[in-house]
Design a protein around this ligand. Structure first.
Ligand code: P53
Length: 475
């Protein structure tokens, strides 16, 4: 019973959300470098600007200064007993524009040092190749992943990383939350595919085209990794937030099924090596014919070794007649789930949903899994004596870890590890805020750009340390 002996307990971040140093070490401009800060209080969303514009607020330019402070952060994670640390390699540190022939040695060296620092404490780096930080030049000059040229650029980047770090990194993932773009928003299209929508663009078509090119690129990367070193394990990364029917009304049931189809077909391609039938039917109806015979072969040969996924919340959907027959997913059909409470950002808290998701994957693919993100974004209050009592965060993790343990004990899912989001406070991906905090480690910096980036331990820091010490027995 319980988690495996070598269970990978740890935490996860992404380069663009913590490193900062956006112009150091030869780094190029990434798509996240041209996204402004939003604000949950005023409701202001992040904006995408056409290049870096003077006077705009770009939180990813500074992040939480991890580029300069990673040794301190890794030491703190080691103190909690971390076995794994997930981060990403900023593509623009290795290939500043994406189209160069040779990689940037200074960028490669930075990650060598970072991974060495992890190993010093017996911490296994778990690495995402692309996490919302594609080169801006790829978006501007090549049209992002609408262009097949992006496939070659990504595979070149992946190969350089596998070759260089094969003895330091075993677990890899290709595209972070590749399925977020299912909502066809400009924000997700730029983060996930370097797609800048222009007038006259068919956004839905572009999303499918771009996702297809990414899936081909991912399969080629999986193949390349195994050729370079058969010990390497390459997974996909799915943003998994299950969709329930709002009621037992069969139409709501079908609406939930339709939403699951459309939000999660990506994992079918990654794990089975071919498209699910409902997606092929959709492409047929719409007249999309971008899947070549060669692509089919590549997809079949590049199946992932494990499923990495993030889990934060669940959704509920109500059929409202807008998608008769297809039951296509529409965000407008999503309704509040009255059984669940939500965070200050409206994310519905559903621990049992994590067990549901683990089973959903396990029933279909019978692959090893890694929960590579799960966490609670909240406003934290620093008391006068400097302490932070984040019991709400402990409550969130306790319930989710318990559900995940039940999935192991009762359902027999094959779980390799759990890297919570995020060990220290970082910039939020959806809102660009500092005040949406996830960490066990507090970072003294806020939305108003006040603070000195000093790190301090929250109550949850000591709690998680105990969880790891007891291999998840004591929650
Ligand atoms: P933030 C949407 C819904 C669920 C997870 O999110 C999501 C997103 C997109 O933001 O993203 C993942 O910071 C993502 C991380 C991100 C984290 O969840 O918006 O992989 O980069 O920071 C938390 O609160």
């Amino acid at each position: 019973m319980g988690f495996r002996e070598d269970f990978l307990w740890g935490g996860a971040v992404a380069a663009h959300q913590c490193e900062g140093a956006w112009q150091e070490g030869g780094k190029g401009i990434s798509c996240s470098d041209v996204e402004t800060a939003g604000d949950n209080v005023t409701g202001a969303p992040r904006r995408l600007t056409d290049g870096v514009i003077e006077g705009e607020d770009y939180p990813n330019h500074v992040g939480v200064d991890f580029y300069h402070r990673y040794k301190e952060d890794i030491a703190l994670m080691a103190e909690m007993g971390f076995k794994a640390f997930r981060t990403s390699i900023a593509w623009t540190r290795i290939f500043p524009r994406g189209d160069e022939d040779t990689p940037n040695e200074e960028g490669l060296k930075f990650y060598d040092d970072l991974f060495d620092e992890c190993h010093k404490y017996g911490i296994e780096p778990v690495i995402t190749l692309s996490h919302f930080e594609m080169p801006w030049a790829l978006a501007k000059e090549y049209g992002g992943f609408r262009n097949r040229a992006a496939i070659d650029m990504f595979v070149k980047f992946a190969k350089v990383c596998f070759e260089r770090y094969q003895h330091k990194v075993k677990y890899w993932m290709t595209f972070n939350e590749i399925n977020n773009q299912a909502d066809i928003s400009q924000h997700n299209l730029i983060q996930e595919g370097a797609i800048l929508l222009k007038e006259g663009d068919d956004a839905e078509y572009l999303m499918y085209l771009s996702a297809h090119h990414e899936l081909v690129a991912s399969a080629l990367a999986v193949k390349a990794a195994h050729e370079i070193n058969p010990d390497l394990q390459v997974g996909c990364m799915i943003g998994m937030n299950g969709v329930y029917p709002a009621s037992p009304n069969p139409e709501d049931m079908m609406n939930a099924l339709g939403a699951m189809h459309q939000k999660y077909w990506y994992v079918e391609v990654h794990a089975r090596g071919h498209y699910p039938s409902h997606m092929l039917k959709k492409f047929e109806r719409k007249g999309y014919d971008f899947i070549t015979e060669e692509d089919k072969k590549i997809l079949a040969e590049g199946k992932v070794d494990y499923i990495g996924f993030s889990y934060y919340m669940s959704f509920a959907t109500k059929y409202q007649g807008r998608n008769a027959k297809t039951f296509d997913y529409s965000g407008e059909d999503f309704v509040r789930n009255t059984y669940l409470k939500a965070s200050d950002w409206g994310w519905q808290i559903d621990p049992l949903g994590l067990r549901w998701c683990l089973n959903w994957f396990n029933d279909r693919f019978e692959l090893p899994m890694m929960i590579v993100e799960n966490g609670f974004g909240a406003y934290d209050k620093v008391e006068e004596d400097g302490t932070i009592d984040d019991q709400y965060r402990i409550d969130y993790f306790k319930a989710h870890i318990e559900a995940m343990r039940d999935a192991v004990d009762y359902d027999g899912v094959n779980l390799l590890g759990y890297t919570m989001w995020s060990p220290f406070d970082i910039v939020s991906a959806s809102t660009g805020e500092y005040d949406k905090r996830y960490g066990f480690i507090y970072v003294n910096y806020n939305n108003a750009h006040e603070g000195d980036f000093a790190r301090s331990k929250k109550k949850s820091f000591y709690w998680y340390k105990k969880v790891i010490e007891t291999n998840g027995e004591e929650l």
